[in-house]
Write a protein that binds this ligand. Structure first.
Ligand SMILES: CC(C)(COP(=O)(O)OP(=O)(O)OC[C@H]1O[C@@H](n2cnc3c(N)ncnc32)[C@H](O)[C@@H]1OP(=O)(O)O)[C@@H](O)C(=O)NCCC(=O)NCCS
Length: 155
């Protein structure tokens, strides 16, 4: 990590999400404008299940040993590609390198799992997120369209 980046957020630790962080993390995601499915994949029960899976690594940035969560990233893989999801940083701490630090932590874990392709899905209009991922070496693929099939709209 470059020295300047470390100096800007060195106090913040990146570590595993604990289920006690759930409410704070939902607030952080809502404040960051991330789409939430509280009855579906973002329910407490679903998140608790996800963090028990071997192909999931849910990391948070914490201010001090027991301070509040100020950033999140959820790394997952399907055995072929690694996915970076749920990147969010507290609005008061943005533009100090924490988002990049979280992505790199997710990338390190995905690399250790053997993933050579890393990907993320970004909603149309989220220009900041596009700038962040471009800055971190990700290439936009306008020729690819996201198709999904849902059991019901709340999932
Ligand atoms: C996306 C987000 C996590 C970025 O976190 P961050 O800590 O501010 O990002 P960083 O400081 O690590 O930025 C890394 C690089 O991304 C680019 N970048 C970050 N914010 C930017 C902005 N507002 N405008 C243009 N470029 C930006 C810059 O190149 C930056 O490097 P620099 O500061 O040295 O120029 C944060 O803006 C956020 O929480 N947004 C709301 C949630 C969200 O949209 N998440 C993404 C879902 S796909």
């Amino acid at each position: 990590m470059p020295r300047s980046e470390n100096a800007r957020n060195g106090r913040l630790r990146i570590e595993a999400f604990r289920i006690d962080d759930y409410d704070r993390v939902m607030d952080l995601w809502a404040a960051g404008g991330l789409p939430l499915k509280p009855q579906g994949r973002d329910s407490r029960e679903s998140v608790a299940r996800q963090i028990g899976l071997p192909n999931v690594r849910f990391l948070v940035a914490r201010d001090g040993d027991s301070g509040p969560v100020v950033g999140t990233v959820l790394a997952t893989h399907d055995g072929r590609k690694g996915w970076i999801n749920r990147l969010a940083v507290d609005a008061a701490l943005r533009r100090r390198g924490l988002g990049a630090r979280l992505v790199r932590a997710a990338e390190d874990w995905l690399a250790s799992e053997g993933m050579d392709i890393l990907a993320c899905l970004i909603e149309d209009g989220n220009e900041v997120s596009m700038r962040v991922f471009e800055a971190l070496g990700y290439k936009k693929h306008p020729e690819i369209f996201y198709f999904a099939k849902r059991k019901h709209p709340g999932v």
